[in-house]
Each structure stands twice: as C-alpha cells, then as structure tokens.
Design a protein around this ligand. Structure first.
Ligand code: FAD
Length: 510
C-alpha cells in the first residue's frame, strides 16, 4: 500500500499540510486520525478561529473578510500590525527564548498563508465581538489580533475538510499511527492500527500534525508538574502525545519549553474534556474588566497587566496554583453589558448575582469561597486604590480598547499585585461573579524542525521523509503566547510541510 504523502492529524495543521501536498503535486494523499469521524478537526474545531497575521490595516484586510459593509468600514479603527510587532510579541512573551528563525518564518508567511486559505473558501471575518470595543460610536480593534473565521473553529474545520474532499484527499478515522517505517535512515511510511489489525503503509513523506500532550494527564504531571492532572482539557481528548515518542524512536530531536503550556481561565462547571457544542464558549476572558479572587478572598494576578490576548494563555496556570485550583471573577453593574455574550450570556455559564458585596461573598461561600470577610475587604481596598488613582489623574478616561493607564497604583496607595489598566471601581449593584478554573489548551514543547521546509531535525540534521506542523512543533512558544498564533503557525508550517513532501517526490522522480 503506497501514498505519495501521509498526514497524521485532521486538525488545522494536518488539513493545511494535506491541501498543500495535493496542490503541489502529490497525487495520492492520505490523512489519518485516531479519532472517530465525530471528533474530526482536533483542537482546531474548538477554536475561536482567531488568526494572528501581519497586515497593513483595514484597507489591506477588506478583500479577504466577508463581514464588513462599506458603511461599517467607515466606523472602524484598526491599526496595522507589522512584521516587527508580531516578532516582538512572540519574543517578548517567550522571554526572548523563541527560536528567532522559526518565529520569523511564522511571521513572514502569516499574511500570505491566510490569503492561501481564503482561496480554499475559509470564510475569514473581522473579529468584532472578540477583538473590538465600541467606543464613541466607532469599532476600535485592540491587541494586534483582528482576523477570525465565521463560526470559529467549526467554520474553519468545515471549510478545510470540504476543500480536502474536493481535492480528493483520502481520510481514515479510528486509525492511530503507532510507529514510523524507516529504511536507510529515511522515513518511508507509517504503521497504523485499523479495524483491529496492524497495517504498514509506505509513503513518499510523512507529516506529523498530531497535537501536543495536553490530554494526557500522566504526561502533564511528568512534564508540567504536580497539580496539572486537575486541569480541564479545553479541546480534543485525543492529543495524548503519542507521536512524540514515535518520532523520538527515529531520532527526532525534542526542543522548546516542555515545562509549560497554554492554559486559560475556564468555566469551573465545564466538562473534563472539550464539548463540541459550546467549544470555546467555556473560556472566561472578561477579567480585564473586573478582578479575580481566590478561595481565600485575595487577588493573585494583575488583571490589567496587558491586553487579554497577551495574558490569557498563562492565567489558567495562575488559577491552578491557587488553593483548590479555582477562582472567582467579579464585576459590578457597569461592566455587565460589555462582557462578551458568547462567554457570559444567559445559559452559557452559572452567574451569581447579589446587591451587596457581603451578600455576594455569602453566596460564593456555598461554592468554595473560604474567607468571606477577606473577599469583602479585598474589594474595598481595591475600590480605595481605584478612587485614589482617579483623584490623582482626574482627566484620564476608562477605555477598554487601549491600555488606558487607569490603575490601582498611586502615591498614597498601591496594591500587590497591581491592576495596571482598566481599573474601575466595583461598587454599583448588582454585582456578578463567575467561578473559573484552569483549562489546558496545548503544550509548548515539541519536535525541532527546519523553519524553511518543516523537516523534522535529528541531532545531525533533517530526517529524510519526516515533517511536522502545528502543536507538535517545539521552540516557538515558551511560558506565554500571543493569542491567535497557533492557527497561523499550524497553517504556515503545514503548508510548508505539504510543499516539501511534494518537492521531495519531484526530486525522486527526476
Ligand atoms: C478551546 C480552544 C480554543 C482555541 N482558540 C484558538 C484560536 O482562536 N486561535 C488560535 O490560533 N489557536 C487557538 N487554539 C489553539 C489551536 O487549537 C491549536 O494551536 C491548533 O488547532 C493546533 O492544531 P494542530 O493541527 O496542531 O492540532 P489539532 O487540531 O489538535 O489536531 C491534532 C489531531 O491529531 C490526532 N492524533 C493525535 N495522535 C494521533 C495518532 N497517534 N495517530 C493519528 N492521529 C492522532 C488527534 O486526534 C487530533 O485530531 C485553541 C485551542 C482550544 C482547545
């Protein structure tokens, strides 16, 4: 049995790899996934569909987005996001540990790759609900991330899999890859389990796009540390890290940050693994508009440290480390209308309301708050710090679309941790709280690849016949992550991997 290209994983990276392999000349392309057909799309299905790319502002994006009328366009403020901005965001958030060549390759190909996906009818839109606030009658985008897909990950995977079908890519579900075939130091295929037996399939090139180890609680504890067994999995239960061991067996080099991961503020009542109806709606990212307190009634992060896109990927861990591994997000009436409906709408999350902070604390006592008096005291002190800062800066205005500088730090009173931006008082009833926990998204450690070809590297150079894309790639993200980079990275390196397999085949034919 022979295929020109075998892709492992039906998520965004694998789909892009298979489309690219086909487009660049591979005739027989097989995509295998260990999940059943109703879990198609890996973590990609669960995403918000947000893509971080380099762009030159609104005019540059209008040709690829489908949800902006000329009338609307006149009321949009959207700054360009340059190559330097994107590179600096990756470097800054990784503590300068990201592989610079890998980061540059992602950034430099991000815009072109989105154009390429739009060519496959992926329905890109401007992300009004998630990435813009209405300020003074204008839609103001913030945080560098503006592009999304209609219907989020569901829309993305539907479009990519429609394109795969039209391109004639064969897809086998319930088909885990368990081993790579190797001949003369070249990867020549895979061994899979199919219909109860083991099957060897030869191939001109194998592309691993099988996700990280986020859904494997044993590996989480082994690499991320004790406590991580308690994290809820935000997406697919099938990303259990099998392919790292499989790749290591043929000499692949493991690189990057194996000790940390992407994890977010997640609904405490969410199921233990991703749910295919609400998917990303369990995310609770409204903390910049309010504050977060732990079971002891204390704040523990700077909720306004930066735009949500730059903090949300490590606040899950911050919550996991709190007593009981949960926290409460709290707002007053001023913010309730601004919270995103898809995350905080009726029926989406359990919302606890009260007309006084003491009454709120009492209700939260029934679901885990240990120190109700401290809870009230923390909010009182927070309010005093906000008032003091306002007194010293009477002309500063609250604006969620810019880093407005409204903080809890002034000459008379400074909090630890501070709230550095968007610090508004919590004093107008009704008050609302939501209980949150840690949701793990994906892991950062992975395989070393050549940034130009996406070839998997061993200690001595590229392993012929083996390529990698998506979450399985190591060295790009460390400790933190600029929101929307995962899909862009998966698409960029998936596309490169598919083209590389085709090129290798052309070379062989020649
Ligand atoms: C809730 C949520 C929201 C997110 N939102 C965004 C967002 O808006 N923007 C963004 O950029 N990123 C987002 N992410 C991150 C994003 O999902 C990932 O970066 C990206 O989808 C990873 O793509 P991938 O193709 O590498 O992996 P996946 O899409 O997870 O695909 C991996 C596939 O490999 C299969 N597999 C695993 N092992 C084997 C094996 N041994 N044999 C065969 N198949 C195997 C799995 O079944 C799975 O289907 C989000 C993630 C989650 C969970």
């Amino acid at each position: 049995m022979y295929y020109d290209c075998i892709v492992v994983g039906s998520g965004n990276a694998g789909s892009c790899a298979a489309l690219s392999a086909k487009e660049n000349g591979c005739q027989k392309v097989l995509l295998v996934d260990k999940c059943s057909p109703d879990w198609v799309g890996g973590n990609g299905y669960f995403t918000a569909g947000a893509f971080r790319i380099v762009h030159n502002g609104l005019e540059d994006l209008l040709p690829i987005v489908q949800n902006v009328t000329p009338e609307q366009a006149k009321r949009i403020d959207l700054d360009p996001y340059s190559r330097e901005d994107f590179v600096e965001d990756i470097m800054r958030l990784s503590g300068r540990r990201s592989d610079p060549t890998l980061a540059a390759s992602l950034v430099d190909n991000s815009r072109d790759t989105v154009d390429w996906l739009a060519g496959y009818q992926v329905p890109f839109i401007l992300s009004f609900h998630r990435q813009a606030y209405e300020v003074g009658g204008r839609q103001k985008f913030w945080g560098g991330l503006v592009l999304s897909v209609e219907d989020g990950g569901k829309g993305l995977i539907a479009a990519e899999h429609k394109a795969l079908k039209e391109a004639g890519v064969e897809i086998w579900f319930d088909c885990p890859v368990v081993k790579l075939l190797v001949q003369d130091n070249t990867v020549t295929g895979v061994i899979v389990h199919k219909d109860g037996s083991e099957l060897s399939i030869e191939s001109g090139g194998v592309i691993l796009a099988a996700g990280g180890f986020e859904a494997n609680s044993k590996l989480r504890v082994a690499h991320l540390g004790m406590g991580w067994e308690k994290a809820k999995v935000r997406g697919t239960p099938f990303n259990t890290g099998d392919c790292f061991a499989i790749a290591k067996d043929v000499g692949a080099k493991l690189v990057g940050d194996w000790a940390s991961c992407h994890s977010t503020t997640w609904d405490f009542n969410a199921p233990e693994i991703g749910a295919r109806n609400l998917t990303n709606q369990f995310t609770k990212s409204g903390y910049p508009l309010g504050i977060m307190l732990n079971a002891n009634g204390e704040r523990f992060v700077d909720e306004g440290e930066d735009y949500r896109n730059y903090t949300y990927a490590r606040f899950g861990k911050a919550i996991l480390l709190q007593s009981g591994g949960f926290a409460f997000q709290v707002w007053d009436a001023k913010m309730l209308g601004i919270l995103r409906k898809e995350e905080y709408g009726d029926g989406v999350v359990e919302k606890i309301f009260a007309d006084t902070i003491e009454a709120l604390a009492h209700k939260l006592g029934e679901i885990g708050l240990i120190d109700q008096a401290q809870f009230a005291k923390t909010i009182q002190t927070y309010n005093s710090a906000v008032a003091q800062h306002k007194m010293e800066n009477p002309h500063w205005n609250w604006d969620p679309a810019v880093k407005d500088g409204l903080s809890t730090q002034s000459s008379h009173l400074s909090l630890s941790p501070p709230k550095s931006h968007w610090a508004e008082s919590i004093e107008k009833p009704p008050f609302m709280a939501v209980k949150v926990c840690c949701g793990i998204t994906f892991t950062f450690g992975g395989l070393a690849i050549d940034p130009a070809s996406a070839a998997v590297l061993s200690e001595s150079g590229p392993i012929p016949g083996l390529f990698c894309a998506g979450e399985m790639v190591g060295g790009l993200f460390h400790n933190n992550y600029p929101g929307g980079s995962g899909l862009s990275a998966g698409a960029v390196f998936g596309r490169k991997a598919g083209a590389s397999v085709s090129k290798g085949k052309a070379t062989l034919r020649a």
